[in-house]
Structure formats: structure tokens, C-alpha cells
Design a protein around this ligand. Sequence first.
Ligand code: MG
Ligand code: ZN
Length: 222
Amino acid sequence: MAKPYWVFSDFDGTITLDDNQVKLLDQFGEADWREKEAAILAAGGKSRQYLPVVYHNFRAKSSREIIEYLRANVRPDPFFPRFVRYCDEQDVPLEIVSDGLHIYIDDYLEREKLQNLVYYSNTVEIGPDGLVFTHPYANQDCGKCGTCKKQIISARQAQNWFVVYIGDGISDECAAEVADLVYAKGSLARYCRQHGINYVPYRTYADVLQHFAQLLTGKSGS
Ligand SMILES: [Mg+2]
Ligand SMILES: [Zn+2]
């Protein structure tokens, strides 16, 4: 029997068309946050290392300020809720794995009435000198990801699930290396091409839904 599907989706730039963190840092971060992040990435670090640095001296002082700014400046993918419904109808588990902030994921899920969706992300508190992070889904062996997506995926594969992954950026690279099927756009698509990882290109969740529905139909018919 074919393995059952388990779907994981990135949040920033994937469920929302814009990247919430980029929007927040451009608005409330220090002017040189990109340089600081690039230097840490170049030195082999990842989000565990750069998140506290780029959110130091962050100027938004409440969750409300963060949420109001993002509501006005970030476009959700209008087709994601339809994809959620489809997976639900097909009894395919779908969860969100994010290296972003729980604040705006909670707000999005509430607005879209998708509060039942499980998500894994970093947790933040707003301190006087910027955001203070905790990483409930970090992995000691990795040490580099705030949320270690690879670890979350591998755990499902060990339970014999066929893992489908949808993403767009740097935080999805390790995930794409281990997932059984990858949908990629943006820098993740470039990364997959450079590293010989097979992927299905997409622009929005309308494309993902169309392709995935064909896959499910094909499998059940064979
Ligand atoms: Mg992303
Ligand atoms: Zn990791």
C-alpha cells in the first residue's frame, strides 16, 4: 500500500504572499538588519543566530502594533483556505512549520477561521530592547534553526508518512532536502535547482491545489 500523505507548509512568503518578517524588519528594525543577517548566514549561522540580532532594538512595542502593520501591508495567498478545506475533505493532515513569529500566525489563523490548524513556530515576547525569542521546536543536533523543520518532517517520515512540503525561502532549504515531494517558488526553487532537488514549481496555492488533487486522484485510481 502507498504511504499516506502528510503536508507541511511554510508560512512567510508561502501562506502569505509577502514575507511578514521582511516587512516588519524594514519598518521597525535597524537600517542595517539585512547586512547583519547576511554576515551571520555567510559565517554558517542560521535563524537561531540571526533572529536575536536582527530584532535587537526593534521599534514596535506591542503585538497590536505588529499585527496592525502587517494587516495593512501583507497579502495572504487567497487560495490557501481552499487548500486547507481540500486536505480536510481528503483526510490529509496539514500543518504549518514556520521560522517566524507566533504573533502574526495566530492573527492570520483567527482572521481566516483556521484556528484548528496546528503550527510550529518561534515564540516571542516584546522586551524593552527588542524581541526576545524562545524556540520550542529547535533541535539540539542542528543548533541552527529557530524551528527545525527537518526534525519535524523526519519524525513523520519515521512513522511512514509521505511528506509533502510547500515553501519559498531560506528556512525551507533543509526541509526540501528531506521531504518526499517539494513545491517550491522564489529562492527555494533556485536552491532546489542548484542542489539537484526535484520540485514542482507554483505561484499560489491554486497551483498547489490543482497539482496535489491530480496526484491524489491518480494514486487512488491506480
Ligand atoms: Mg518563507
Ligand atoms: Zn535545523
